[in-house]
Write a protein that binds this ligand. Sequence first.
Ligand SMILES: [Zn+2]
Length: 515
Amino acid sequence: MTFADLVLFNGNIITMNPKTPSAQAIAIKGNRILYVGSDREVEQYVDERTRVIYLDGKTVMPGFIDTHMHVVDYGRMLTWLDLQKVVSIREIQSQLIERIKGVNSSGWILGRALDSDGLLEKRLPTCQELDAVVPDNPVVLYCQSGQVCVVNSKALEVAKISQQNGAGIERDTAGKPTGVLRDQATNLVWHVIPEPTQQELYNATELALKKIVQVGITSVQWIVLSEVEVAIIKKLVETNGLPLRVYLIVPTNLLDIALQNLKQLENDRFKLGGAIIFVDGYLASRTAALCESYSDTSTDQGKLVCQQNEGIVLADKIQNAGLQLIIHAVGDRAIHEALSIIQNSSRNFMVPRPRIEQAAVLNQQLLCCIKELDVTVSIQPCVIASEFSVWSVEKHLGEKRAFWLFPVKALFNSGILVSAGSDCPMEPLNPLRGVEAAIKRGGEHKVSVFEALQMYTEFAAQTVSEFGDKGSIEQGKFADLVVLSKNPTSVAVEELVDVFVCFVVFNGDVCCSKS
Ligand SMILES: [Zn+2]
């Protein structure tokens, strides 16, 4: 008889295993699940060395899988001033006064998660209000989406913004920049902020990984965009520093470097999983490639940034290297292009199915094509919410295309496998915020809480061919679990925000315990 190292009794276990959807208890041996069943059945696995936890009816789910995150960027942002909970401009000012004490004379002060709706004044602070407390150091405070920021005069000066006349620079009636920058204009300051050192980034990444596990994410599909990140991951894997499982996705320009440095390091916690080709940009910056122009312009339809022939060569290279082919495509024209690349490249059936990242502006024909080519789709539900609330989709895309923007339910109904991620730090980290956003998509495209959770567990594992190891609570799979205070599938939508993580089990070990 094999006895368990850890047993969880008296839980409400949502297994995400269609054959046995619910259970009461779980026995764990080493880093794997030994048995899932009733309290009575699991009792026989307990001996005097077994650690036993009684859950008092709390809900257990498979550890969440986030299919789209930028971990190093998130870490970097964690070192910034967190403005999420500030309630007034006065409070922002006093936080800046506190912060300036630890900064040298030319050092930058960066802030994040500024939300004008959460402020008493219901507006962003002005440049002058920031100058009043920090006149000599550059200050940049980002709103949650990162597409809007407010800066002080020193930052305007360093970034030479008065001399520029691009879009997105908000101006007062006299034509002077107010300090508010939007969309592309945010890059003007971003590019002059000094780069942190590799050690600083490494420390920030370690902090980010801890925070990621705390919200119940035990597997992350980490999208790397710079070479320094490859070095950071290499060190993390070599020193056994990963507190969760990583499926790494690299851009094609880093493919060779990643293969050379990371492929031989693969283990239970780390896999060099996929490589991503970008065929267009983003809706908010109008760089997403559309078949017809944006509704509020007569000519602008975005453009493709990768031609089909070039795309096919890259796609072959990715699949020949044994990696999953992933294509970032947002506009309908780009999605069409992505599907052509997939169709005309030589498919490697030993790697997970090709996938489209975002696939925002769809239509019935594209859905059929995605299904036919057996392609999966990875979405970021919080991005959907931002497109509708911050970017006003109807105005920019027109009613018809807005209806077909992220039609989550239609993807489900077409039998297409959909997984979900956060796009953190551009959007909030917590998968339950993503679940909320997915069900708020509303109208005909609304999914249920359970379906939204499938995108963060079962389906997320299936899209990378890892369902044999994770994505559901089943005998033999990794013991990666999240224990929640309430059952997200039975609370009212407005109560989802109150569901919190009590503790996490990763690789058979209890972590992030609240008590
Ligand atoms: Zn992203």
